[in-house]
Structures are given as structure tokens and as C-alpha cells.
Design a protein around this ligand. Structure first.
Ligand SMILES: Nc1ncnc2c1ncn2[C@@H]1O[C@H](COP(=O)(O)OP(=O)(O)OP(=O)(O)O)[C@@H](O)[C@H]1O
Length: 248
């Protein structure tokens, strides 16, 4: 995707150290997984990419759109979907209402959003919970509804911050299959700490460390960093450890 961070600096308060420090990062089209230790700045980067915050210096562009330009932001927000690390819910609303509401916020007509919600919920396997109040769902089920919210308006860009947190192994597999099914139709950036089986769902790996890009390349190039004596099937974890060694 032509989502392009140009010399971006972001700090949460005027006196705090920058979380992103003159970051230059051009995300490729397709599916990118964003890795890095706790506090590296992954959520911050996605928050800026969703135009929910603005860098104090530098620019973010999506194709011809400049996220510093208000008119461009309005257009961009219809193209992007963002699953934040801690999605918020209104406990009294049903799953369908939650998903439809986000569709409406993203510019869909009310009726279209209402009609699109069941399909998005079906994609995360929760059709039987369609009319249940969100507060009656388990944590993992709520996370799946949050994923459905990100899918409802057929965005061009999906920014998913730790989407598999709380998912059981079967649902995590199902999520990866969902990502694979989206190949070629949508650009995706997923932040995660689960790196075991990324190779099937992602084209590109970006590793962030202390607000800077530590690695950017194909999954194959990333895996090439693995230790020569690593166990079979552990190449990606080994590559991550080799790249970030002392940090983790
Ligand atoms: N709202 C906030 N106010 C002040 N500092 C913040 C805020 N949110 C994050 N930070 C700080 O910014 C830095 C980067 O945080 P961020 O959440 O972007 O990292 P991350 O890579 O997503 O981490 P994790 O893997 O733990 O989710 C951390 O030092 C964190 O303490």
C-alpha cells in the first residue's frame, strides 16, 4: 500500500521523548505484519496511520492523499479501517448494532450498514450472537466482533492492532485464513506478538524498535536471519530474536 510515513516524529506530551523519531517507512502493497518489542511504537504508528492522531513533524501519505490536509483526511477515513488495541464497546448494544454503527461512522448509509453487519459478523463466525448484547460475549468473542467492525465497510486499508489477542488457536487460524482470503482486495497492516505462523498470511515484515524501523523486507528475507541451529518450524521466532537480540 502506498501508506508512507515521511520523517515522522510523534510525542505524547511536549516534554516527553519522541515515541516515533523521524520515522521513514513506506509500507508495500499487500499484507504487512508489524513486529517489535513492547513500547516500540507499533500502536502509535497505527494510530497515526488511522489519522486518529497527527505527527508533530513529518507527513503521512496514502497515495495522493496527505493526512495533514483536512479535506484529504475526510476522504481517507472512508478508505481505512482501524482496530485499536483496546476496542471500546457500549455494553447495552447488540453485536449487529455495534458493527452497523461503525459502518455508518465510516460513511455507509444507515440501511446499508445495517444490512452489511450480518455478513461481517458471519466472517468471524458469530452469526449465532448477531442479536446478543455485547456484554454477554466472552473476551475473545468481543475481539472477533471488533474484527467484524473493521471489515464491515469494505475498506481499502485495514490497520489491525493485535487482533488475535484473546483468540483460541482455532479462531486464530480462522483469522489468518480470513486474512489470506482478503489477499489482493485490501492492504493490511497487522501488529502482533504472535510470530509462529505468519508466513502464510503476510508478504512483508516490518520490525519497529524504539520508534525506528529496524527491518523491512519480505517474509523470506526476514526468515533468512534465523540462527543456523534453530529448531525446524522456529525460523521466524529465531529471526526475530536474532534481529532484536538483547531487546527482548
Ligand atoms: N496515551 C499515551 N500517553 C503517553 N505515553 C504513551 C501513550 N500511549 C503510549 N505511550 C508510550 O508510547 C510508547 C510506545 O507505545 P505503543 O503503545 O505505541 O507501543 P507498542 O509497540 O504498541 O507496545 P505493545 O507491544 O506493548 O503494545 C511507550 O513508551 C508508551 O509508554
Amino acid at each position: 500500500m502506498p501508506l508512507n510515513y515521511q520523517s515522522c516524529t510523534f510525542r505524547y506530551t511536549a516534554r516527553s521523548r519522541p515515541v516515533l523519531n523521524q520515522l521513514n517507512l513506506n509500507f508495500s502493497p499487500g499484507h504487512t505484519v508489524l513486529l517489535g518489542p513492547n513500547g516500540a511504537g507499533k500502536s502509535t504508528l497505527l494510530t497515526l496511520g488511522a489519522s486518529a492522531s497527527t505527527p508533530q513533524a513529518g507527513r503521512i501519505r496514502y497515495g495522493d492523499l496527505d493526512l495533514a490536509d483536512r479535506r484529504h483526511v475526510r476522504t481517507y477515513r472512508h478508505k481505512v479501517s482501524w482496530l485499536p488495541q483496546r476496542p471500546g464497546f457500549l455494553p447495552g448494544m447488540t453485536c449487529r448494532e455495534h458493527v452497523a454503527y461503525v459502518g455508518w461512522l465510516k460513511g455507509m448509509r444507515e440501511r446499508d450498514a445495517w444490512n452489511a453487519a450480518p455478513e461481517a459478523i458471519e466472517r468471524v463466525g458469530l452469526t449465532d450472537k448477531l442479536n446478543n448484547k455485547i456484554k454477554t460475549l466472552s473476551g475473545g468473542q468481543q475481539q472477533r466482533i471488533a474484527i467484524a467492525q473493521a471489515l464491515v465497510h469494505d475498506a481499502e486499508v485495514l490497520l489491525l492492532d493485535e487482533p488475535t489477542v484473546g483468540l483460541d488457536p482455532h479462531q486464530r487460524r480462522r483469522f489468518l485464513d480470513l486474512l489470506i482470503s482478503l489477499r489482493g482486495t485490501v492492504h493490511v497492516i497487522v501488529s502482533t506478538h504472535d510470530i509462529g505462523d505468519l508466513d502464510q498470511a503476510f508478504d512483508e515484515v516490518v520490525v519497529l524498535e524504539a520508534g525506528r524501523s529496524r527491518f523491512k523486507g519480505t517474509v523470506k528475507e526476514f526468515a533468512g536471519h534465523h540462527a543456523s541451529d534453530c529448531a525446524p518450524g522456529r525460523q521466524l521466532e529465531s529471526a526475530y530474536a536474532a534481529l532484536l537480540g538483547a531487546t527482548e
